[in-house]
Design a protein around this ligand. Structure first.
Ligand SMILES: *Cc1c(COP(=O)(O)O)cnc(C)c1O
Length: 359
């Protein structure tokens, strides 16, 4: 077996322990004599499992009782539409902080259902999230939307934005459970599971109960938050395997010591990488330090001509999937929870060695 170091942006690395557990119990899950892939979603064993997953999820994020947690099929961007359909109620407009690719797309999608306004609009050249004084907040907006971590550009909010009394909606797909957060600050949080929560196929939505009471009549049944909350997210056949893997990831996180423990590991990993980028002239990351992503570390080669050779030599050293997004180019090291400190140390060592050979 030769497993490489996986820096892919998503679907992304899983902890080896979790993969081994999946392998170990695949053929006979929980003494049911069948695999998790073959069992009905209304069986007692499955219902017990999803109750445990919700309990662990709530415990790790300290979710208050007035929030529902929904486990819905489909990718994260399904929620770009389902959020306005479910929570606009009688409002006509929503506010968007556009800090990169994903928040721009979310605004475009929401525009089908309501008027959307910019709180601010960063373009490709912006290296910093605008200061609060420059924000245009509409007090009549149904919600203020932002993307906590822009996975493609490598730009992250290091603090929850202050938006007054309008409910805050956040796409945390690429940074959920990377550190403790104060759920009470949010109206709604959602995250696709393929980055920090396991495998593709599911999106978790944490939503304050009072916000979901008036879904639009156009809301698809499968994504009606109220109905899905009443039906414990099994109104339609759910992605059972993604749900199961999510459960294993949560247990793994609890074993490590929860979100405080993983946050300090994540902090160390990001610091090591940025320190290496800043130390050598051959690497560049010009994003303001206060907004550099701790999950997706982006950099360019000062001499673009050696980028391919960097990536090829990295692969020869078992460092995989470092090529940046196809639109933006460059190098991107995604260092989600499941990417070990050892993987980052190996990358750092490679980068030092490469830099010394290319001065
Ligand atoms: C990956 C990603 C998405 C898109 O996820 P899909 O499941 O492919 O729709 C949305 N937002 C963020 C922040 C992401 O990182």
């Amino acid at each position: 077996m030769n497993r490489v170091f996986n820096f892919g942006a998503g679907p992304a690395a899983l902890p080896l322990e979790v993969l081994q557990q999946i392998q170990h119990e695949l053929l006979d899950w929980q003494q049911q004599g069948v695999s998790i892939l073959e069992i009905g979603h209304r069986t007692k064993a499955f219902l017990t499992m999803i109750e445990q997953v919700e309990n662990d999820f709530r415990e790790l994020l300290q979710i208050p009782n007035n929030y529902k947690v929904l486990f819905l099929g489909g990718g994260a961007r399904v929620q770009f539409s389902m959020i306005p359909l479910n929570i606009l109620a009688d409002k006509a407009s929503a506010d968007f902080m556009v800090s990169g690719f994903w928040s721009r797309l979310a605004k475009q999608e929401a525009q089908r259902y309501c008027d959307t306004q910019f709180v601010f609009n960063m373009d490709e050249k912006s290296r910093e999230i605008p200061q609060h004084q420059q924000w245009q907040l509409n007090p009549q907006a149904a919600y203020v939307y932002y993307t906590a971590n822009e996975t493609i550009e490598g730009i992250e909010f290091h603090r929850v934005p202050e938006v007054g009394s309008v409910p805050l909606v956040c796409d945390m797909t690429s940074c959920i459970m990377a550190e403790p957060i104060d759920i009470k600050r949010f109206g709604l949080i959602f995250a696709g599971t393929q980055k920090n929560l396991g495998i593709a196929g599911m999106t978790v939505v944490i939503v304050r109960e009072d916000l979901m009471q008036q879904p639009s009549a156009l809301t698809p049944m499968a994504y009606n938050y109220l109905t899905q909350a009443e039906q414990k997210s099994i109104l339609i056949t759910p992605p059972v395997f993604a749900w199961y893997v999510l459960g294993l990831i949560l247990q793994w996180l609890k074993k490590i010591g929860g979100l405080t423990a993983i946050a300090s590991i994540n902090q160390r990993k990001a610091e090591k990488l940025y320190a290496t980028i800043d130390q050598y002239d051959c690497y560049q990351n010009s994003i303001a330090k206060s907004c550099r992503s701790r999950m997706n570390v982006i950099f360019n080669m000062t001499n673009k001509a050696i980028e391919d050779s960097f990536l090829q030599q990295a692969e020869a050293a078992d460092l995989f999937y470092l090529r940046g997004h196809k639109v933006f180019g460059g190098v991107r090291a995604s260092i989600y929870n499941a990417v070990s400190e050892q993987a980052v140390d190996t990358l750092v060592e490679f980068m030092r060695d490469f830099a010394q050979r290319h001065v």
